[in-house]
Ligand binder design. Structure first.
Ligand code: NAP
Length: 632
């Protein structure tokens, strides 16, 4: 959500501390605010300060830019009336921040009368206010963000105030469990700062604060809250803020790994695996985000921007709406963004929807679509998959068993290897020497395994020890890590008769080297030329002097392969790959770096081109649909 003038926010505990700072920061963006608090004098002061800030953005308003609403958040009736008043004043609710909180004055073992009040304010009222905010946002049918104020003491114990710590721990897990509301466009996140210099923070022993490295500055807390509001990928997210470590999402991927079960790239899977469960409550928002190319350049980040598009219903006849879960990242994304795929008079008008491939769930059907069902998993290989939703002709749907990240890797990457080795300039043979370049990448990993499964000796090049390790695990006979060995020297020495089949995707010098390494009757398949895609001035064609003489002298074949021209083989080869994978004969390696949401796509594309990725790079468009089950 872009923080812009005209949005409205409801902030509990807005009269002081973090709540106050957030009211003022929102006002400074032109956001209308209802300041909810028990303390009338201070609350009214905050509302008048917000008014002054907001006035810079709005003139001749017919309603106040900020209002104070006296309210005890533990009184559900009061709170309901405050939400109603907010909607009556501002016509909707975009942001709700539940910041009201108190400490426990006396240790719970010593006084029975006070600790329940802490739970009431710090946990029960947060749950109630979240409930009312969700209800309001659902009624408005507009996207909304709710931020609950947790605390670092909701992540680790605070021995001085166990009730406060327990309530904040409750707020953290309550909020983290609300991920599924993202499907309705409502993102609920929790902010967990360590001690901030507020009235409450000042009651803490200063020696303890010194030990923690000092108070967390209020600006960091505001920055964290704004990140949770603006970053569309954050839902059920918990942002931990300390002065020592900065801003960090909790749990870290390492922690999460300990209790989440996800499909593992190395785990053997059988078709006996539980069938994909259609998610309940597949609700459609009114709009969705997608990435478009607005300027033709190979610099993907500069070429693209995110736009919010209306989800126009009903779906067109013969079309389906797909809710995207995983989108695959490809080396050629930069060729698409530079317009290389669209030359000549047929070039479509900008902007162009970016992204080549995705898996997801069918979310709605147009008239006359009889062969597909809502809720069933589907793969798509048409442009526009870097999006939360995609409308496609039903004939372009590739039915799949599960909308998993491994399946998205089987699309462009897997199909290119499978079809090219079978169809480009010859057939896949046995007993040959096969060389694969960039072998630990998205498509290379499939090529090495398929060549091995066909009974060949496989040689693979890669840059780095991690990649070499993966390739050995995939069964490669000779891995050449060009960072520690010279490819040409190894090939001349160990394969003096030359290489029979080469699956080449690097281009430039590597292609030259491969042409020289080709055996008599050898076949070289040109898959791509990644080393040439991102030069300072884009892709420059290379010259290979003497290529005709070389090919003629050894009866060799150089075959080009472009997957889009082989779409008639996609379903057959996808089924074959899925079958091999399910039977445990084919592994799918996914790069462990997590990319979440449409916003992360440029990072993911740059990461692929950094040369650091190992396996397939994927972007998870909606983490709430990730096929994972908590062991707890
Ligand atoms: P990928 O292999 O995952 O790409 C990343 C790997 O490429 C890197 O880890 C690195 O591997 C190598 N690389 C990256 N930048 C490089 C550079 N500047 N110079 C040399 N090597 C570089 O990506 P992918 O999406 O699977 O694509 C691989 C190739 O297949 C690309 O050329 C792509 O265009 C092509 N492709 C073609 C088709 C088709 O239809 N023809 C379909 C899919 C993919 P190492 O350093 O380990 O070598």
């Amino acid at each position: 959500m872009e923080l812009k003038p005209g949005l409205s926010a409801f902030v509990t505990g807005g009269a002081s501390g973090i709540g106050r700072a957030l009211c003022l920061a929102l006002g400074a963006k032109g956001v209308f605010v209802t300041v909810v608090d028990f303390s009338e004098e201070r609350g009214k002061e905050v509302a008048s300060l917000v008014q002054i800030e907001c006035a810079k953005f709005h003139s001749n308003l017919k309603f106040p830019a900020a209002v104070f609403r006296k309210c005890d958040v533990t009184n559900s009736g009061d709170l309901t009336a405050a939400f109603d008043e907010h909607v009556a004043t501002y016509g909707g609710l975009d942001i709700c921040i539940n910041s009201a909180g108190i400490g426990t004055p006396v240790l719970f073992t010593k006084d029975q009368s006070t600790w329940r009040r802490t739970l009431d304010v710090d946990l029960i009222a947060v749950i109630d206010s979240t409930r009312l905010a969700i209800k309001t946002m659902q009624a408005m049918q507009k996207p909304g963000v709710i931020i609950n104020m947790g605390s670092a003491s909701g992540l680790y114990p605070m021995v001085k105030d166990p009730i406060y710590s327990g309530s904040k721990g409750g707020v953290v897990l309550f909020t983290r469990s609300l991920v599924p509301f993202k499907r309705q466009g409502i993102r609920i996140n929790v902010l967990c700062p360590e001690f901030v210099e507020t009235d409450m923070g000042q009651q803490i022993d200063s020696k303890f604060i010194d030990l923690m490295g000092g108070f967390v500055p209020m600006e960091m807390v505001v920055k964290g809250a704004f990140e949770l509001i603006t970053d569309e990928s954050k839902a059920g997210s918990c942002l931990w803020i300390t002065l020592r470590r900065g801003m960090e999402y909790w749990p870290t991927p390492t922690e999460e790994e300990k209790y989440m079960i996800r499909p593992s790239s190395s785990r053997k899977r059988s078709t006996a695996k539980a069938p994909f469960q259609t998610p309940l409550n597949l609700q459609l928002p009114q709009s969705y985000e997608k990435l478009v190319v607005h300027t033709l350049t190979h610099n993907f980040r500069n070429a693209t921007c995110i736009v919010r598009a209306p989800l126009s219903l009903p779906i067109k006849p013969h079309h389906v709406l797909v809710k995207i879960i995983y989108a695959g990242v490809n080396a050629s994304d930069v060729n698409f963004s530079s317009g290389r795929y669209f030359s000549g008079p047929d070039r479509p008008q900008l902007p162009l929807d970016a992204g080549f491939e995705a898996v997801g769930i069918i979310a709605a059907l147009g008239d006359f679509v009889t062969n597909l069902e809502i809720g069933s998993p589907a793969a798509i290989m048409t442009f526009g998959s870097y999006a939360e939703f995609m409308m496609v002709p039903s004939k372009h749907i590739l039915p799949v068993e599960r909308p998993d990240s491994e399946v998205v890797a089987m699309l462009t990457s897997g199909l290119t290897a499978s079809i090219a080795l079978e169809k480009a300039g010859g057939k896949m043979e046995s007993g040959k020497v096969v060389l694969v370049t960039a072998a630990a990448g998205g498509t290379g990993q499939f090529a090495v395994q398929l060549a091995k499964l066909a009974g060949n000796k496989v040689v693979a090049t890669c840059g780095g020890a991690d990649k070499a390790k993966l390739l050995k695990e995939l069964g490669v006979d000779r891995v050449i890590d060009y960072k520690s060995e010279d490819i040409e020297t190894v090939l001349k020495k160990e394969f003096p008769k030359g290489i029979d089949i080469i699956y080449e995707s690097v281009g430039g010098q590597m292609l030259n080297l491969c042409l020289n390494a080709l055996a008599v009757y050898g076949r070289l398949i040109v898959i791509g030329m990644i080393s040439q895609y991102q030069g300072e001035h884009g892709w420059k064609p290379s010259n290979y002097p003497g290529i005709c003489e070389k090919l003629l002298a050894k009866s060799q074949t150089v075959a080009g392969f472009f997957l889009v021209q082989y779409s008639h083989f996609w379903q057959e080869h996808l089924d074959k790959l899925f079958h091999l994978f399910s039977a445990g004969k084919l592994k799918v390696s996914l790069d462990p770096k997590q990319f979440l949401g449409v916003h992360s796509v440029p990072d993911a594309v740059e990461y692929l081109h950094s040369g650091k990725s190992v396996g397939k790079v994927v972007v998870c468009m909606d983490p709430s649909y990730r096929q994972k089950t908590s062991r707890l």
